[in-house]
Design a protein around this ligand. Structure first.
Ligand SMILES: [Zn+2]
Length: 770
């Protein structure tokens, strides 16, 4: 096939809508406030706006450079519905229409627990995990993509339909309940490819000249499938797909890390027409020159971050590839779903900072510039390249980007060691006087409509600081009283002052900026607005101390100080790209270290530093793990090691796949770690036991991700499982995570059951065994 591929493209575009139109439409549909036609119209509106924005940015309307890549909820889930891979446990819902089926799979109901959700590679986007077994039926089901290609055609566009590739789809799936030991979803590759052939033929019939297949699994070394097996699967799948005559030209794209040369060879050798490689994260595979007929779609513009970057260097890389005699296309390194729509909506952002940034529309414009340069020569784009270079130079020297005092401090050693473990245990026992199996919560209490309303009113200047803070104190008072009533042992202040556990710290530390409309999709209709970490980070004044102090003044029980850890602050922000992450983490850690010291000085005896994102930043390449784990663990220790032996340091991680990082968690040297465990029914207990984890541990006994109230007996059963595997003096009883998304009704009922179950367990261990 010799259809021209455009000289510039993006791998995907934000699909939630510039003003979150899709989010609003989907949630309104869920509430029953609008019907399917209204939802479909809203989605079509978002798609049309995306095409228009990309053409405005300079991409071609009819040369397949615009990806057709919307999603009703998640792109993996949409692919699942496209190939009809409905898990057997949802079989009774299979007759729903495609959209309702999609939502049923994503959200579940009383009889059908939702599909599991997990991180998409090393990003903060979550996809739904397909469940595949030996008997999963595949059949071309949803024709949405083909319809969208037609819809675009009718509006004057030739777009490029984008779907998840068959290898990645199966590599990201998990075996269903019926699968025997040793079964891997990838065993079903041939059957799935049969359906892909039908899908591709239909896309062709709809007018697609090119199709984009996302095969990012090929870059990952941390999936349950070995890289060699993935490569071999790709060779097999794409040989069959390429051999089909009734199909669009094939563009297989990979993102988030370097594509191994073997995988490149497998794809190119199979006969795909274009291959996308992430050149922000990895080098060009050396196999490229051996396949002069395969177009390289070079991801030279970072799709996973918001920096304007070094456009001249990007162009030079493209020119180098072209000089090898290979056809090359300028592209983003990843889909742009990870960045907000446009800087046009950031009028409030400091103009200097804005000049250093590029969101989706601005990145698309960069691509258009690079493509023009490829066609017309470097001189034709010299001005744009120079402007980007100037912005970089300005950024390097700008006030706040490099602060000598912050750098000197970061270069100075701090003690990372909190001293002898046994001595610490003893000092804490004396200082804290806690009962056996202490009960606690993870930090936040329900963020009620009143809290959000008060915060909004304060933000708009409708109420003054005094009134807002009085409101917060009332809220804290209520939460403390409630916890005392419930009989919890270690209390929290409830975090009512925090809009978000990262943004709150970003707003109180120097070196961060906050956007007004910088939303990115986290999962389904959920969006987050990451802060921008642009400069050297320091803490102008104490952040949380007065709230903790106030809460502590209301009770004789211990109130935990509550901080977000350095790795999580990095993971959930847009982070500067001009120095190693570890250096940035160290600065954040030292700012937090001051906060820990101040909390301790204010009489707070237990301090929790949350690191729910510790595992999320784990690199996809194994060779990089050791370095990552070293700086991340050191950052946590730099933040916490200032605490005296008698002060108890807690951490919280909200996931249960521990295997990979259990040693690192041990290395954090926290006195107590709370983790998610309820949904997996305490699976983690065995892991901990096996590893000989000997620190305080609070495996969650209440799954707070759903509004369901667990019965006392249910909590008690989980407590029993924990007691059976964890030394009693190490065990804490707590929920899986914070309660901010829950309502008060279910919170009170569930915590009551949790406290009762802990009490029952205490009595059971105290009673002599007959
Ligand atoms: Zn959590």
């Amino acid at each position: 096939m010799t259809i021209e591929f455009p000289a510039g493209t993006v791998l995907g575009y934000p699909r939630i809508g510039r003003h979150r139109e899709l989010k609003k439409a989907v949630e309104s549909y869920w509430r029953g406030a609008s019907d399917a036609a209204e939802l479909a119209a809203a989605r079509a509106g978002v798609r049309a706006a995306a095409r228009e924005a990309l053409v405005r940015a300079g991409l071609g309307a009819d040369d397949s450079s615009i990806p057709e890549a919307d999603a009703s909820y998640d792109h993996v889930l949409d692919t699942l519905v496209t190939v009809g891979a409905v898990p057997a446990r949802f079989a009774d819902l299979a007759s729903l229409d495609d959209v309702d089926l999609t939502f049923a799979l994503a959200r579940g109901d009383a009889e059908h627990p939702a599909l599991e959700m997990t991180k998409w590679f090393d990003t903060n986007y979550h996809y739904l995990v397909p469940e595949i077994g030996p008997d999963t039926a595949f059949a071309y089901r949803s024709h949405e993509r083909a319809e969208q290609v037609r819809e675009a055609k009718a509006a004057g566009y030739t777009t490029r339909p984008t779907i998840v590739g068959p290898v990645t789809f199966l590599a990201l799936a998990k075996p269903d309940d019926a699968a025997p030991e040793g079964f891997a979803p990838l065993d079903r590759l041939d059957d799935l490819v049969d359906v892909y052939l039908e899908v591709l033929a239909d896309l062709r019939a709809a007018g697609a000249q090119w199709v984009q297949l996302d095969e990012s699994a090929l870059v990952s070394e941390v999936l349950p499938v070995a890289p060699e097996r993935l490569t071999e699967a790709a060779a097999r799948a794409y040989e069959r797909i390429a051999a089909a005559t009734d199909r669009p030209a094939l563009f297989v794209q990979t993102s988030y890390a370097a594509l191994p040369a073997a995988a490149y060879r497998a794809l190119a050798g199979a006969g795909v027409e274009a291959i996308g490689v992430d050149l922000v994260r990895g080098a060009l595979p050396d196999a490229v020159a051996k396949f002069p007929n395969v177009r390289v779609v070079a991801g030279v513009v970072d799709g996973h971050n918001i920096w304007r970057g070094d456009l001249a260097a990007a162009f030079d890389r493209l020119a180098e590839i072209a000089a090898q005699g290979v056809a090359v296309t300028a592209s983003t390194s990843t889909s742009l779903i990870h960045v907000p729509h446009t800087l046009d909506d950031e009028g409030a952002l400091d103009a200097t900072l804005r000049n250093w940034l590029a969101f989706a529309d601005e990145k698309a414009a960069q691509i258009a510039t690079l493509a023009h340069g490829l066609a017309a020569g470097r001189d034709a784009i010299a001005e744009e390249l120079q402007a980007a270079t100037d912005a970089l130079a300005e950024r390097a020297d700008a006030t706040g980007v490099r602060i000598p005092e912050v750098r000197e401090r970061a270069a100075t050693e701090v003690r990372l060691d909190r001293g002898d473990w046994d001595a610490r245990v003893e000092a804490q026992r004396d200082a804290l006087g806690l009962p056996a199996l202490p009960t606690t919560t993870i930090g936040s209490f329900p963020q009620t409509a009143e809290i959000r309303r008060a915060r909004r009113a304060f933000g708009r200047g409708e109420i003054d600081t005094a009134a807002y803070e009085e409101f917060l104190r009332d809220e804290i008072r209520r939460v403390i009283e409630l916890q005392e009533d419930l009989g919890l042992d270690v209390l929290v202040h409830g975090e009512p002052e925090r809009n978000d556990m990262v943004q709150y710290f970003a707003e109180h530390l120097e070196g961060f900026a906050v956007t007004s409309n910088g939303w990115v999709q986290s999962y389904g209709s959920r969006c987050t607005r990451p802060s921008i970490l642009w400069g050297d980070v320091h803490r102008p004044e104490a952040i949380t101390v007065r709230w903790a102090e106030f809460a502590q003044s209301l009770t004789d029980k211990h109130v935990k100080g509550m901080l977000t850890g350095p790795v999580t602050i990095l993971a959930w922000s847009f982070v500067r790209d001009d120095q190693p992450l570890g250096d940035t983490a160290r600065q954040v850690a030292l700012a937090l270290r001051d906060e820990v010291a101040d909390l301790e000085a204010a009489g707070i005896g237990i301090i929790q530093v949350d690191e729910p994102a510790l595992r999320e930043l784990l690199p996809l390449e194994r060779a990089r793990h050791e370095e990552y784990l070293r700086w991340s663990v050191d950052a946590f220790r730099a933040a916490t090691s200032v605490a005296a032996p008698a002060t108890q340091v807690h951490t919280h991680l909200c996931y249960s796949e521990f295997g990979e990082v259990i040693e690192a968690i041990d290395g954090l040297d926290a006195d107590v770690t709370s983790i998610e465990a309820a949904r997996s029914r305490m699976e983690v207990v065995a892991d901990l036991q096996q590893h000989g984890f000997a620190r305080g541990i609070g495996p969650g006994v209440w799954d707070i991700h759903s509004p369901r109230v667990p019965a006392e007996a249910e909590v008690a059963e989980l407590v029993r499982l924990a007691v059976a595997g964890i030394p009693i003096q190490n065990l804490w009883i707590n929920p899986d995570c914070g309660l901010k998304t829950r309502g008060y009704e279910e919170t009170v009922a569930s915590l009551r059951n949790l406290v009762a179950a802990a009490q029952e367990a205490r009595e059971a261990v105290a009673a002599p065994v007959a």
